[in-house]
Design a protein around this ligand. Structure first.
Ligand code: F0G
Length: 359
């Protein structure tokens, strides 16, 4: 038995083949389409017993930090970059709060395409900046927020031949649907409730599309209620108007005018769910809870999904999936700010024994 990955044949035991090969029949690619993959997707759906007890439901965590560049963005980027290659793009560009740029840089490098990135000055986690740079992207820090950077990217694409790989590129959304496919495949059915963070709102749009797509194709027997959570200081959809100066500790979702606003509202309304806000304190409490009680180190933005679940609750006994969108290691500074810095002791057994109180 053999397996096809990016048009080449490998032994079947090679395993997971990346989302384009695994879900080819649900995606807009043909047998001749180039496939640029880092074998993204296939991420764990981890049962969360302590969180389940806490909210009186059965909760699973979709660990999107386990993707090749450490966030869910890889699911959409494999399709967007593959299509850019197919369509003969000369270069790609994105605005980003960090993760999109890390993913775009990695997939562009894989495809041999130049990649340009605009980030909000001083407001992205260092790990994400390091990723974009080490993968060879041309990075510019804009004196403004994500919304300003995305506006410039849109305008630039009108005057220079460059492919935008933000989620305004429809292939990003279509690729990100695969997250929903995997949830249904793992559970054998759609969950009752789906919780996730909302920033630029592409991912909630994509998950809802994915759940509906799977239902239409007879691969699922129902649809979840979609719960999207924004940070209080960056909650334009909740307050009903754009926010000029969004602010939150969860820098990945520090966005005041989401590009897929309509998609998020539609997902919430059509599914009988809602878009609601959680405070930075609630986000950080969920971030620490996940690390201490469930052994999952995720980003603050990702913890927003769990903060929302804890704050707003669900029907007792519901089956709930929370998408943890990115890996905690991307932002060690935030983690360190949440704990006590380790004490320094003499390099002597007695000094260590004294301090550890293990006896
Ligand atoms: N969680 C993380 C870790 C993210 O990086 C993002 C978005 C989101 C949640 C929200 O997803 O935008 O689809 O609603 N990050 C984008 C970026 C904006 O540039 O990396 P969304």
């Amino acid at each position: 038995m053999t397996s096809t990955i990016a048009g080449k044949r490998y032994p079947e035991k090679f395993g997971w083949r990346g989302v384009l090969e695994e879900y080819r029949e649900f995606l807009p690619i043909s047998v001749d389409s180039p496939v640029v993959t880092l074998l993204e997707g296939g991420t764990p759906l981890l049962p969360a017993p302590k969180l389940s007890d806490r909210v009186g439901a059965t909760v699973f965590l979709k660990l999107e930090g386990m993707n090749p560049t450490g966030s869910f963005k890889d699911r959409g980027m494999t399709l967007a970059i593959s299509k850019a290659v197919e369509e003969g793009a000369k270069a790609v560009i994105c605005a980003s709060t960090g993760n999109t740029s890390a993913s775009a840089a990695a997939y562009a490098a894989r495809a041999g395409l130049p990649c340009a990135v605009l980030i909000p000055e001083g407001h992205i986690a260092l790990g994400k900046l390091a990723q974009a740079l080490i993968h060879g992207a041309k990075v510019l820090q804009v004196k403004g927020n994500f919304d300003a950077a995305l506006r410039i990217v849109r305008e630039l694409a009108e005057i220079v031949p460059v492919t935008v790989v933000n989620s305004i590129n429809p292939y990003r959304i279509l690729g990100q649907q695969t997250g929903a496919f995997e949830v249904v495949d793992a559970l054998g059915e759609a969950p009752d409730v789906h919780c996730m963070p909302v920033g630029n709102a592409g991912n909630i749009t994509a998950y809802w599309l994915g759940y509906k797509h799977y239902l239409e194709k007879g691969r699922a027997n129902g649809l979840p209620v979609m719960m999207g959570f924004q940070a209080e200081g960056a909650a334009p959809i909740v307050v009903g108007h754009p926010i000029a100066d969004p602010e939150t500790v969860a820098t990945a979702i520090r966005i005041g005018n989401p590009a897929s606003w309509e998609g998020a509202v539609h997902a919430a309304e059509e599914s009988g769910g809602r878009i609601a806000a959680v405070s930075d304190q609630e986000i950080l409490a969920a971030y620490r809870f996940l690390a201490r009680e469930e052994s999952v180190f995720c980003e603050a933005a990702s913890a927003t999904a769990v903060a929302g679940l804890i704050k707003y609750g669900v029907e007792p006994g519901s089956k709930v999936v929370c998408v943890l969108t990115g890996h905690g290691l991307k932002d060690p500074d935030l983690a360190i700010s949440q704990i006590e810095v380790p004490e320094v002791v003499e390099a002597e057994l007695s000094a260590v024994v004294d301090r550890l109180s293990l006896q």
